[in-house]
Design a protein around this ligand. Structure first.
Ligand code: ATR
Length: 264
């Protein structure tokens, strides 16, 4: 039986096993998918287990998406450019690090039927997933990308990779066509980003968080008549692409899948 894992720390709340095991069962694949809490010094061994065929694939989540890189034989272009790996597999006896968060984000935008081309986009936060979002937004033809992070230094680091982005101080929310919350503020239902969003009306509010399904950020967006989307579809599509790489087939995304991830 093939063995797959999602690694992170903390990992208790990951819904990846629920999703992958559902698809494994539906497609009658002889495999298991489990979550594993790791410490940084366990990374080398677990990647060696992929090389030795003991583990067939790994999803990587916070805080290891960058930390796994030194231990891999190869990176795909997407992983290289974003310095972020969320999917590991073995190809021609070499461990490969790939990033399906990019496609996950892109396809969630298509799902929402929003056209990024020519739009001014603002991202709040500069954590692990933001380089994937920038990469995807550029792919989709965004006109401008503005980043604001509480710790400005971290946003400046992203500018070293993506020179065309604009970094502004935390606090000022300009008028844009789309705003994305990529901070962890909202993971607790009572969390609130204490900024004035009133310049953004009849536009698009996107939150990477999907549990809770409606953060205060999305709720504020709704009050100003904006379209809103949470991170659930991005999560489903990144998993879809990892599954496709590992099992060489496209699992079905239907309402049952979407309901499967409803936790609140
Ligand atoms: P990491 O930074 O380790 O990649 P993450 O969960 O991907 O972790 O990112 C957390 C993001 O939420 C960061 O952008 C963080 O801002 P800082 O870089 O200033 O820490 C942001 N964040 C977390 N708590 C916040 C808060 N109370 N107000 C504003 N931003 C916050």
């Amino acid at each position: 039986m093939k063995k797959y894992l999602v690694i992170g720390n903390p990992i208790k709340h990951s819904l990846s096993p629920r999703l992958h095991n559902y698809w494994i069962k539906k497609n009658k694949i002889n495999a298991t998918y489990e979550k594993k809490k790791l410490n940084q010094n366990d990374i080398e061994q677990i990647i060696r287990d992929v090389k030795d065929g003991k583990i067939s694939g790994i999803n990587v989540t916070v805080p290891f998406k960058k930390k796994v890189i030194p231990y891999l034989d190869q990176l795909t272009n997407q992983a290289k450019k974003t310095q972020s790996v969320n999917t590991i597999y073995l190809k021609n006896n070499e461990t490969v690090g790939h990033n399906t968060d990019i496609e996950g984000f892109e396809e969630s935008i298509k799902y929402a039927k929003f056209d990024i081309k020519g739009k001014n986009i603002m991202i709040l936060g500069a954590g692990g997933v933001v380089s994937s979002i920038i990469f995807a937004l550029k792919n989709m033809g965004a006109l401008s990308i503005t980043i604001s992070n509480r710790t400005k230094d971290k946003a400046e680091k992203l500018k070293k990779i993506f020179e065309s982005i604009k970094v502004i101080n935390w606090g000022n929310i300009p008028s844009v066509d789309m705003i994305i919350n990529a901070t962890s503020v909202g993971l607790n239902a009572e969390d609130k980003i204490n900024l004035d969003f009133s310049k953004i009306q009849n536009k698009f509010f996107y939150d990477i968080i999907y549990n809770p399904s409606e953060t205060n950020f999305l709720n504020t967006g709704k009050k100003f008549n904006n379209k809103t989307l949470n991170g659930k579809m991005m999560f489903i599509y990144q998993a879809f692409h990892a599954f496709k790489i590992w099992h060489n087939l496209s699992p079905k995304i239907d309402n049952e899948i979407i309901k499967l991830l409803d936790n609140d």
